[in-house]
Design a protein around this ligand. Structure first.
Ligand code: HEC
Length: 118
């Protein structure tokens, strides 16, 4: 008799539980991406998709600090990322992510204007 199948499935369950914990955003984890309290409720679901899909191969700082504020650029980038092997980004995700990036760009532009004293 072997205990192995039991041990393996227990490990999978534990692993899945851990992953759920992390994706739920453990508060003690260092902040990655945006402070969710600064993201309006209407944008939060879109942000969640972005944060999940676009943090797979690099940090969220890569898109967030890129300085890109034009929708056309975002379209090109998101499409390029989406087409990478095993990106896990669907066409539907891309639409949602672009909606978030549009909001983010507008917020960035407004921030820049405010800093310039406008
Ligand atoms: C499959 C892995 C993968 C995923 C998923 C991914 N990226 Fe990337 N990303 C890369 C790689 C590799 C590079 C660097 C090479 C390049 O620029 O093409 C990169 C670079 C970038 C850059 C910087 C490009 C530059 O010229 O400096 C931006 C912006 C970016 N990604 C945005 C995103 C966004 C937005 C998403 C979610 C839609 C995303 N990435 C998801 C792999 C990925």
């Amino acid at each position: 008799m072997s205990l192995r199948p039991f041990v393996t499935s227990a490990a999978i369950v534990a692993g899945a539980a851990l992953m759920t914990l992390f994706s739920a955003g453990c508060p003690s984890r260092p902040a990655e991406g945006l402070d969710p309290s600064k993201v309006p409720e209407t944008v939060r679901a879109d942000y969640d998709v972005f944060a999940q899909r676009c943090s797979r191969c690099h940090s969220l700082a890569r898109p967030l600090d890129s300085g890109i504020t034009e929708d056309e650029y975002w379209q090109t980038y998101v499409e390029r990322m989406r087409r990478m092997p095993s990106s896990g980004i669907s066409q539907t995700d891309a639409t949602v992510i672009l909606r978030f990036l549009h909001w983010y760009s507008q917020a960035k532009i407004a921030e820049k204007k405010a800093k310039a004293g406008g």
